[in-house]
Design a protein around this ligand. Structure first.
Ligand SMILES: Nc1ncnc2c1ncn2[C@@H]1O[C@H](COP(=O)(O)OP(=O)(O)OP(=O)(O)O)[C@@H](O)[C@H]1O
Length: 258
């Protein structure tokens, strides 16, 4: 009898990404030859100093921004070279987004916000799945409320439900706890952890917060547009240590330059 271990596939893969903004002397190179993969069913945090390229990388991975060179795949679909229409469809079908500012539509109820992406796509999200998410997020008695009638934490939980409603291949979360108090932030992070452990979702999250990164399975560190470290099983302390180390390296490089 063969004892095969399940093969982990990649939800997202980037190879040799380059991205620059502007031209000539004003040019800023935001990504320098970045190759990175994100396994299905894993929670990965992306960290790094301000300006290190975290948002640029996430936008390029999600097809929200173009790259100058390199390839990106979501599941088995290559993003590179897709036209606008195909890219929009891929984002709608395969990618969920959670933003720092929640980005809910103010005139719609929580429930309408959650089901809107499926409605726009002309399909209907699986009601049993949506109910399971809503129950896990403890939103059942808030579904008729408009965003202004919800706390920040509740709004972000609605945004989490919206991101997961279509069971996307990957959810990109950009500083999802940046606007929340500690308790509401912890609720959102616990939900993201649960969505990986129990619902087999894939999460890629940009964060500045070592405590948030500690919820992840892995942390990818960027500095100056490059992947400089890849850490498994992070704790808040191990992440803080690593960040101190980068700050020292950056400070040493600045002394050398001056
Ligand atoms: N639209 C743009 N036009 C010009 N330069 C840009 C643009 N977007 C980003 N950059 C530059 O690219 C570099 C990487 O920016 P990016 O926003 O990806 O970094 P980040 O790590 O997400 O930073 P932060 O933590 O401050 O959000 C920075 O030097 C930034 O100034």
């Amino acid at each position: 009898m063969s004892t095969s271990t399940p093969v982990k596939t990649n939800a997202v893969a980037a190879k040799g990404l380059w991205k620059a903004y502007g031209s000539g002397e004003a040019q800023v190179v935001a990504l320098r030859d970045v190759s990175v993969e994100f396994a299905s069913g894993a929670f990965t945090a992306i960290m790094g100093p301000s300006g290190s390229g975290k948002s640029t990388l996430m936008h390029c991975l999600a097809g929200l921004d173009t790259t100058d060179r390199g390839t990106v795949s979501i599941g088995d679909t290559a993003l590179t070279g897709l036209g606008d229409k195909a890219l929009t469809k891929l984002r709608r079908d395969k990618i969920g987004f959670i933003f720092q500012q929640f980005n809910l539509l103010p005139t719609l109820t929580a429930e309408e916000n959650i089901t809107l992406p499926a409605a726009i796509a002309g399909s209907k999200a699986d009601p049993a799945w949506v109910k399971r998410i809503i129950d896990t997020l403890d939103l059942a008695d808030r579904l008729d409320h408009k965003p202004t009638e919800l706390s920040g934490g509740q709004q972000q939980r609605v945004a989490c439900a919206r991101a997961l409603a279509s069971r996307p291949e990957v959810v990109f979360a950009d500083e999802p706890t940046g606007n929340l108090d500690t308790r509401s932030g912890a609720e959102v992070l616990s939900f993201l952890r649960t969505s990986v452990d129990e619902f087999d979702q894939t999460i890629v999250m940009v964060t500045h917060d070592p405590n948030a990164a500690a919820y992840a399975d892995r942390v990818v560190f960027l500095a100056d547009g490059q992947v400089v470290e890849d850490m498994d099983d992070p704790t808040a302390d191990s992440v803080i240590d690593k960040m101190k180390h980068f700050e020292e390296l950056v400070a040493a490089a600045q002394v050398k330059e001056s």
